[in-house]
Design a protein around this ligand. Sequence first.
Ligand code: SF4
Ligand code: SF4
Length: 294
Amino acid sequence: MSEKNDLPFKSDMVPAMLDLGSKLQFRCHQGISCFNACCKQADVTLTPYDIIRLKDNQGKSATEFLKEHTVPFRMDKEGLPGVKLRTTDEGACLFVTEEGCSVYKDRPTACRYYPLGHMSMLATGAKTDESHYFLIQEEHCKGHQEDQQQTIAEYLKEQETAQYDELNKEWLTLMLKRRSMGPTVGRPPEATLQMFFMCSYDMDRFRRFVLSENFRNTYDLEDSTYEVLAKEDISLMQFGVRLMKQAFFGERTIQEKDGAWEQRVQQREEVWEARRQAEISRQQQEEDEKYKDA
Ligand code: SF4
Ligand code: SF4
C-alpha cells in the first residue's frame, strides 16, 4: 500500500484495521453521562460536500459560512489548504446545544463516522482505493462501554454516510493521488493552492470565476453546462475536482478552446513586459532623484 487518506482527521486512534463486517461495540444516546462531551472538544475537518450541506442548513452563502463558521489550516506539508469547524475558545463546536447537535441532519462526515476513522488506501499502481476503518477511543467517550453491538456497515447505515461517501469520494481520491505521487509533484505554486481552496470550499467565488468572461474564453464548454454550474452546487463541486485534476496533474479533464493556451501565454508576456517597463521607470526615477541636487 502506498498511501492513505484519513477521515475524520483525528488523533488517539487504536491502529487496528477494521472492515465493514467488523463488529463495533458502541452506542451514543441522549441519556449517556458523556452526552455532548465530544462536541465540546470538537476537531472537525470539513469536506466540500459538508460545507454545501451546512451552509444550506444555515441559509448562508459559502463565503459567509466559511468566514463565520470555519478556520483554515494546512492539511499537509505542501500546504494544501483545509478548513475545520470553528469552535469557542474552550473548543466547543458552535453548533452544540444542551439538546445535542443543532445541525444534526446536515452534520459533517467526520461527526457521522465518529468513533470510527475512515482510511482509504491506494496500492501502488492500483486504479481504485480500498476502504478501512479504525476505532477511535477517547477517554471522555463512554459509548464504548454500552452493550450494543453491530457491524460497521450497520452503524454507517444508521449514520446515513452513503450519500456523503459518494459525494466526498472524487475529492478525497484527488488528495490521495496527490499524496501518493509524493515528492514527484512537489509543492504546488501558491496560486494553485488558492485555486484549490476556491474550488473546494468557496462555491460563490468559484461560481463567479467559472461564469467569468475570462473562463469562457479559455474553456470549451456547452452553454447548457454553464447553466447547470450557475445553479447547482453539487455539479459545481464536481466540476471543481475536474479542474483541480488539470491543475495538479495536467490531465486534460476540461477541453480548452483552440489557441487558448497561446493566448494566455501572450497575455502573460504582455503583463510581464508592462511590469518590466514599470520597474525600469521606477529605477530611472530613483537615479534621477539621486543626482538632482548634485
Ligand atoms: S456539527 Fe454537530 S455533531 Fe459535529 S461537532 Fe458540531 S455539534 Fe457535534
Ligand atoms: S458517547 Fe461518545 S460520541 Fe456519544 S455523546 Fe458521548 S462522547 Fe459523544
